[in-house]
Design a protein around this ligand. Structure first.
Ligand code: GLU
Length: 378
């Protein structure tokens, strides 16, 4: 029986491995100090979850907020990339010791992992991270993870810990992700509107669901917002992982949020891609785009490979093995995958039949531009 309601996330059978993401606004008060009592009450709940037999991974934000307060930086340290990186470097030391001390007080060892986007985009590094997480959990440790903000530049950053948490859950083969935040969940329209209704359950993050996301984060302390939370739900759903967005502002945040319906939004996965395809589909950074015609779209939907004949345009400069987005003639994202040819080669073979490739290029190691095994539909 799969996870079906928020309360199931407390079950060691249904949610044996949990990722709990803590937003900056929960951990750090508006004055820049740590919300110590709140943190204690959460750590108490995490210890309880472990007592029930659940394994726990924490993804903790708050480095930038803590560091900015210490350095007296404007805009919570988010005024510039250099400010954010300096704030994160200062704040992360404190953040790690906070978690380590509070968990130790309950007899639990903590481990720190700082990761960049590339660590999880590169297959080999991703598998490495997965192995480390597995080993830590086996040793009874609680991994506490954050983005390595001090070295990650704009192009190689997640920028928000929501997607990071979903990617970590995927790497750790977790059963569920809980995003503890300062919003109640997903509303069907701007939550400020009088008629706005909280959605208790979402099956599949469709375009309609994306349309409901408001663009801003309530507190201004974190960088998340509903958009990145929905992207996180998409990454999780692809891997067959449930994801909950719950309001964690109060003490005993997990008990309150998971006790009943209406306390948050639970995203249920519709499918479970094989592990490698889930990783591929969760990749964030594409090197280019292939535009394809309607016939090719239909062939992909039937499970086919992407052949040169259906390609109408190539954008970007990429090499063999790079991840690229696939769009239809209207610009809608239909798939992503790893290419067998460089962008220059595809420029030369687009619109042509596979049996013409050798004459065009002088070689033709592959009939497809993206083989179906290296392709995931959106
Ligand atoms: N990694 C950032 C920090 O520790 C937080 C990112 C986010 O707000 O999601 O401050």
């Amino acid at each position: 029986m799969p996870i079906d309601r928020l309360a199931d996330l407390t079950s060691p059978k249904l949610a044996a491995r949990l990722v709990v993401k803590v937003g900056s606004a929960l951990l750090v008060g508006q004055d820049g100090t740590v919300r110590g009592e709140w943190l204690d009450s959460l750590v108490h709940e995490l210890a309880e979850a472990r007592g029930r037999g659940q394994e726990v991974i924490v993804v903790s934000s708050g480095a930038i907020a803590l560091g900015a307060a210490k350095l007296g930086l404007a805009k919570g340290g988010r005024g510039s990339l250099a400010d954010a990186q300096a704030a994160a470097a200062v704040g992360q030391i404190g953040l790690a010791s906070l978690w380590s001390e509070r968990l130790a007080a309950r007899g639990i060892a903590a481990a720190q992992l700082l990761v960049t986007l590339d660590d999880l985009e590169d297959r080999r590094r991703y598998l490495n991270a997965a192995a480390t997480l597995g080993r830590l959990l086996k040793a009874g440790v609680v991994p506490v993870i954050n983005e390595n903000d001090s070295v990650a530049t704009a192009e190689i950053r997640f920028g928000d810990n929501d997607r990071l948490a979903a990617r970590v859950a995927q790497a750790a083969s977790a059963d569920a992700v809980i995003l503890l935040s300062d919003v109640d969940g997903l509303y069907d329209r701007d939550p400020a509107a009088a008629e706005a209704q909280l959605l208790p359950r979402v099956e599949g993050v469709t375009a309609e669901i994306h349309g409901m996301a408001s663009k801003t984060s309530g507190s201004g302390l974190g960088s998340g917002g509903m958009t990145s939370k929905l992207q996180a739900a998409e990454i999780a759903e692809r891997a067959g992982i449930a994801l909950a967005i719950v309001n964690g502002t109060h003490d005993a945040p997990l008990a309150r949020a998971l006790a009943g319906e209406g306390a948050g939004t639970l995203f249920l996965p519709r499918r479970r891609d094989a592990a490698r395809k889930a990783w591929l589909g969760g990749r964030q950074r594409m090197r280019g785009t292939l535009v394809i015609d309607d016939g090719c779209c239909a062939a992909l939907a039937r499970g086919g490979s992407l052949l040169p004949a259906g390609i109408t345009a190539v954008e970007g400069d990429f090499t063999r093995g790079d991840p690229v987005a696939v769009r239809d003639s209207e610009g809608k994202a239909v798939a992503q995958g790893l290419v067998e040819y460089t962008s220059d080669e595809i420029e030369r073979i687009k619109g042509r039949r596979s049996d013409q490739l050798e004459a065009l290029l002088g070689y033709a190691p592959r009939a497809a531009v993206i083989h179906r095994d290296q392709l995931v539909l959106r």
